[in-house]
Design a protein around this ligand. Structure first.
Ligand code: D5M
Ligand code: FE
Ligand code: ZN
Length: 466
């Protein structure tokens, strides 16, 4: 006996549900009364119309079949328009206070701090074990190889010494200026120095259990297209664009350096094939228009883009968005997205340069390690005022909170993947061959790669189109 359309519709109406014609024809084709019952009973409360999007989580549907899940994209932070186009804030005191307060709050689950003023003023704490939290206002390595830190909280400042003989000293070797840390230790007899026994970073909780999507969905992560550059790898991109429709991806995330820009470095004209900034974005628009329209594209800027360099960088302005298809969403740098509930922090990654310069044994060939450094500090750009310009807004938008499922960066043009306490870190690489500058400083890029992540398992796969 065949299931008739009328019967199917009636069954839904009994359950006070309307039903999309595609769902009716799907169920008719399947001709399975049990499947019909499963669908009806599995629809969430409050649903008015049953659409094809309801089906995949109820019955296993393979990618490439007619009923692909509908994309479910939400921008949680860093929506276009969130930040001012020009730097509005000059006072960095509120910025640092917010950074300290929020990171110290995260530390509070593991550190029970004494205000630094009380610590140094009162004789009560002399040679007692105690804890402090503070921002690193200065850090150096002593002649004997120890790490000496100036630690400051809103009440005062104290020097903290991390002995190189302590087990796990590499954590203190990596202390960066401006990061917020906790320290447990004993105060010297004169009360002028804290001998640290333990360093505590805000970090990702050990109990962090990443969310995974209950229904199928995949996201493709890329960055650093550098449209307009003479070193843009059109052939590799072509192969990527040919693969994309069959990838099963519902999302494409592009993490900055969309175009090569103009006037970014001296004599850049010599390395451009498109010398007009509008035309560079036009070219990018053409590349995006060739992406299947069912794929939601999220585009955030980087240091080569047309917006203010200080972070958070605003979304690409309207006047440069002509010709982009409607499936493009422009966001800020950084931005936090939800893809079917899986949270992704997109951050171009300029701070990686600063961290590689300051952290012993760090390398451009392993950008994933710097993503771990970010997660440990719960901050995308811990070092203030070097090569990463930050707009000192009253709320520090570069703090990593909440902890996402995926951290997506770019900028260094080398690919790297890591998993840290359940968080997947991805740097896909770039679409630009080695530039003259990178040759001079010995940066060997890994161009032509995309990373596809399964949102049900958070498993990444590197695709090489070079
Ligand atoms: O940066 C690509 C990579 O090259 C990134 O790791 C920084 C490095 N780079 C590029 N230009 C410079 C200059 N002028 N100084 C130092 N390091 C640089 P991208 O953002 O694509 O240019
Ligand atoms: Fe780049
Ligand atoms: Zn960059």
């Amino acid at each position: 006996m065949m299931l008739a359309d009328g019967e199917i519709v009636r069954r839904f109406l009994e359950a006070k549900l309307q039903v999309h014609p595609d769902v009716v024809s799907y169920l008719r084709e399947k001709n399975d009364p049990h499947l019909l019952e499963r669908v009806v009973s599995g629809i969430p409360h409050g649903t008015l119309v049953v659409s094809p999007a309801h089906l995949p989580e109820l019955s296993p549907v393979k990618d490439g079949e007619r009923f692909l899940p509908e994309p479910d994209l939400e921008v949680i932070a860093g929506r276009a328009g969130d930040s001012p186009e020009k730097n509005r804030f000059e006072d960095f005191f509120p910025y640092f206070r917010d950074r300290y307060t929020r990171l110290a709050e995260i530390l509070r689950s593991r550190v029970n701090p004494v205000p630094i003023e009380a610590l140094v003023r009162s004789t009560r704490y002399r040679q007692e074990e105690c804890m402090v939290t503070g921002m690193v206002t200065g850090v150096r390595t002593t002649a004997n190889g120890h790490r000496l830190v100036d630690l400051e909280d809103p009440t005062g400042q104290v020097p903290v010494l991390f002995n190189k003989g302590r087990e796990g000293f590499t954590d203190a070797e990596r202390i960066l200026p401006d990061e917020v840390i906790g320290a447990r230790g004993r105060l010297s007899q004169d009360g002028r120095l804290l001998f640290a026994e333990q360093l505590v970073r805000p970090d990702v909780p050990l109990t962090h259990a990443p969310f995974t999507s209950p229904r199928p969905g995949k996201a493709v992560l890329i960055s650093d297209i550098h449209a307009g550059s003479s070193t843009f790898l059109a052939d590799a991109w072509e192969r990527f664009a040919e693969w994309l429709p069959s990838s099963g991806a519902a999302y494409l995330l592009v993490c900055g350096d969309l175009v090569d820009g103009i006037g970014i470095y001296p004599n850049q004209e010599e390395e451009l094939v498109i010398r007009d900034i509008y035309e560079q974005y036009q070219h990018l628009a053409e590349l995006m228009a060739a992406v299947p329209k069912e794929i939601e594209i999220v585009i955030s800027p980087g240091n080569h883009d047309v917006v203010r360099p200080s972070e958070p960088q605003v979304a690409i302005p309207e006047e440069f968005r002509k010709g982009f298809p409607p499936n493009c969403t422009f966001v800020e740098n950084p931005a936090t997205l939800s893809l079917q509930g899986v949270r992704v922090v997109m951050y171009h990654g300029r701070s990686i340069d600063d961290m590689i310069g300051l952290i012993p044994r760090a390398s451009y060939s392993r950008p994933e390690e710097m993503m771990v450094e970010m997660l440990e500090r719960r901050h995308l750009a811990p070092v203030y005022g070097r090569r990463t310009p930050v707009s000192p807004e009253p709320k520090d938008r570069l703090i990593i909170d909440p902890v996402p499922e995926i951290l997506h960066t770019g900028h260094v043009h080398t690919s790297g993947i890591t998993r840290y306490r359940g968080v997947l870190g991805v740097n896909a690489g770039c679409w630009q061959a080695q530039t003259k500058f990178q040759k001079q400083v010995n940066i060997t890029p890994t161009p032509g790669r995309a990373v596809i992540v399964d949102l049900q398992t958070l498993e990444p796969k590197v695709m090489d189109f070079a």
